[in-house]
Ligand binder design. Structure first.
Ligand code: HEM
Length: 292
């Protein structure tokens, strides 16, 4: 989690800071805790490099040269450009992951799994595939008790529309869809943006309007068109983890801090161009609620 006490002390609540790395590192550390059973220090150069690599790869995936490469891979393959940078960064990431797996393999005690990687390696040894069940989050009950907060979080995800094009898929067999024949291997891009911004599905698609997820009495209502994690068999496997993380981060931050644009400025956060539509780096002020 974000060290709020440190934020209070260092920032005194008034100094602007770059929030992106702090938040990314905190989120990455949650995944690291689950995968390898420990957190990295936020100043650890290797850890910061990994966070940076992932961010850069995501950013570069949407750059014009990569879009051209995706359209004409055989032509562009030999030319310099961001597609080569992505490859280099991916190799660096893979090397890190391989080293981590090798270390876990050599230290593995099948009677004493220490983390998710150990459990995965043990399952591999059994040659069995088993769906991991067990989403018992102690705070999940809280969400039902705060319908407005829950609606704001849902509306933020709808409005932010962070993966507009979804992830590309391809048909695994010949398919006839609404009269169109899609032969096996046809690339399919199941876009999410048109659903999340459809005025027939959301009353005010162009506005930030939490009431999209509230009934007239203020109760939270599910909306089947809320699909930021996609849908179907290949929808996001991290959906539940992500939802819980967002809830915990959001409520914990707002319990303790009021977040504002730096004095004399307004938040104007157009989506950056990339595979995900993430906002550009921006500064904000975090005021401890006790000082307000
Ligand atoms: C706000 C946070 C997140 C959003 C909006 C999101 C969204 C998505 C989307 C749209 C897909 C593509 C689904 C498709 O191909 O139809 C996806 C796939 C995936 N996501 Fe997420 N995701 C989030 C967080 C996470 C987290 C935290 C994890 C891991 C812990 C994760 C792991 C995955 C994996 C492994 C896939 C590939 C699933 C497959 O191909 O079968 N995601 N996600």
């Amino acid at each position: 989690m974000i060290n709020l006490e440190r934020l209070h002390n260092i920032l005194g609540g008034r100094k602007a800071f770059l929030s992106t790395i702090a938040i990314s590192a905190a989120v990455a550390n949650i995944i690291a805790s689950i995968l390898i059973g420990h957190r990295f220090d936020n100043q650890n150069p290797k850890f910061l490099r990994l966070v940076e690599l992932i961010k850069d790869i995501i950013r570069l995936l949407g750059s014009p040269s990569v879009l051209i490469y995706n359209a004409f891979p055989t032509l562009i393959r030999w030319l310099p450009g961001n597609h080569k940078t992505i490859k280099r960064y991916s190799v660096e990431l893979q090397t890190f992951v391989k080293e981590m797996f090798t270390k876990h393999k050599t230290e593995l005690d099948i009677n004493d799994p220490r983390n998710l990687i150990d459990s995965f390696l043990i399952k591999q040894l059994e040659k069995e595939i088993e769906k991991v069940i067990g989403s018992s989050w102690p705070q999940s009950e809280h969400r039902k008790l705060v319908p407005y907060t829950n609606a704001v979080i849902h509306e933020t995800q709808r409005f932010a529309d962070i993966i507009p094009l979804n992830v590309p898929h391809a048909t695994t067999r010949d398919v006839t869809f609404k009269g169109y024949v899609l032969p096996k291997g046809t690339p399919v891009i199941p876009m999410l943006s048109p659903i999340l911004n459809d005025k027939d599905r959301f009353q005010r698609p162009d506005e930030f309007y939490p009431q999209h997820f509230l009934d007239s009495e203020g109760n939270f209502i599910r909306n089947e068109n809320f699909l930021p994690f996609s849908t179907g068999r290949r929808s996001c496997v991290g959906e539940n983890l992500a939802k819980m993380e967002i809830f915990l981060f959001f409520t914990r931050l707002l319990q303790n801090l009021t977040l504002r644009a730096p004095p004399g400025t307004n938040f104007d956060l157009p989506s950056g161009i990339g595979f995900t539509s993430i906002p550009p780096y921006h500064k904000m002020c975090a005021m401890p609620r006790t000082q307000i």
